[in-house]
Design a binder for this molecule. Structure first.
Ligand code: ADP
Ligand code: PHD
Length: 377
């Protein structure tokens, strides 16, 4: 597909949007963007912890949790003296407090995606009023879905709507801020794409408009050889193929939404995962680099690679895992932990061992990680 515009799509993760940090993060992202010239689509998530609060507020019917969820937005608005914005945010909060009493399936999604909508309001205001940037907001970028509440599927017509709306918006503004994580059904209801869904929004938009580059800004310097919360000496992986990144996302690496890398597989969008302050990161490329790349631990109930009811999957991801020589070494390490099953990804990008106990899974992951990093130069 020809490139129509020099547009960078940048997703700013909720992990970075902490109270007191928002302006600092935005300044850095804008400064980096100056190098690429061109236009910018900023896909934003809810501030850190806000989606969890909104979910809890609805599920437990607790209005005080709505107050907690909007508080970080109010604090930011008042910190910058944006009193009109503050009143608008308070109004949204009042509406949500009423809405959580309505026990209809569509209401939960409507409530839950409000973190992203509030982020768009706040970030557009900070960009425009504080940083003097020519920024505008598009609250509905055109991601159209079915009404599978909580994990809505994106419909093909989205491509047309997204191209149309964002091309129009970019003809008027240098930077367009859009919410991640949400869609609109054909009946006009707000829907949620599922946890981590802002990553998916960003990759859909980048693929639809054939953007030259897509950058995922997050709180780690890239996709790492292991979850840094479990593996203390995890390292940033310089590059992964689209397929490896896809399998890694299924196992929960960088808490990516499982749909994230699908729209990018046959695209020529340059993808990078990094931190705003880091000069390196992980590039997503087409060519296989011949090493295993990462190990992850996931609850088998939560991942799509495996068809079992309970247990933990310890997965080694790498485009070389289809090769006997690598698999043999991995099987050897896995077999010393008494696996319930060992599963090969049919495309040869991963091998998973299923173990019953979480501590056992972590021990096995640490052992496998030693083997994985021994390949990284
Ligand atoms: N393999 C991995 N590489 C990098 N981060 C990982 C990995 N596995 C788990 N994580 C966790 O994912 C977190 C980033 O995901 P998340 O908090 O959803 O970020 P964001 O809000 O920026 O999308 C990291 O801080 C890290 O703790
Ligand atoms: N806020 C949503 C969507 C998302 O992608 O968030 P984050 O960028 O923080 O992973 C969630 O928490 O699931």
């Amino acid at each position: 597909m020809p490139r129509t515009l020099n547009v960078t799509v940048a997703k700013v993760g909720g992990s970075l949007l902490k109270p007191g940090d928002v302006e600092k993060v935005l300044s850095k992202v804008i400064e980096r963007h100056m190098v690429d010239d061109g236009k910018l689509i900023l896909v934003v998530s809810a501030m850190k912890g806000v989606t969890d609060l909104l979910i809890k507020a609805y599920d437990e019917g607790k209005p005080h949790l709505i107050k907690d969820a909007i508080q970080p937005y109010l604090n930011e608005a008042y910190r910058f003296g944006l009193s009109k914005l503050g009143s608008l945010i308070e109004g949204v909060g009042e509406r949500l407090e009423t809405l959580i009493n309505v026990r209809e399936p569509w209401v939960r999604d409507n409530v839950v995606v409000h973190g992203e909508l509030l982020s768009v309001m706040l970030i557009e205001s900070i960009l425009y009023n504080e940083l003097g940037v020519d920024a505008g907001a598009v609250y509905d970028p055109g991601i159209t879905t079915n009404e599978d509440w909580g994990k809505a599927s994106v419909l093909g017509v989205s491509s047309h709507y997204v191209k149309h709306r964002l091309t129009w918006a970019l003809s008027r503004r240098s930077i367009v801020v859009v919410p991640g994580f949400l869609g609109i059904s054909l009946n006009g209801r707000l829907t949620s794409l599922g946890r981590g869904g802002s990553d998916y929004t960003a990759s859909l938009i980048a693929a639809y408009i054939n953007a030259p580059r897509l950058i995922f800004y997050t709180d780690v310097e890239g996709i790492m050889t292991g979850d840094p919360r479990i593996i203390g000496d995890a390292k940033v992986i310089p590059s992964l193929t689209h397929e490896e990144a896809y399998v890694a996302s299924l196992t929960g690496a960088k808490k990516f939404h499982p749909g994230t890398f699908k729209p990018l597989i046959d695209s020529n969008v340059n993808v990078m995962v990094t931190n705003p302050w880091s000069s390196s990161g992980t590039s997503i490329i087409s060519r296989c680099v011949n090493t295993p790349k990462l190990v992850s631990v996931s609850d088998v109930g939560s991942i799509g690679l495996i068809n079992l009811k309970s247990g933990y999957a310890v997965t080694v991801v790498g485009c070389v895992m289809g090769l006997d020589e690598y698999r043999r070494e991995v099987y050897l390490i896995m077999s010393s932990y008494d696996p319930v099953d060992v599963v090969n990804d049919t495309e040869g990008n991963a091998v998973s061992s299923i173990v019953k106990d979480q501590d056992e899974a972590v021990k096995l992951a640490k052992d496998l990680h030693k083997w994985v990093v021994s390949w990284i130069r």
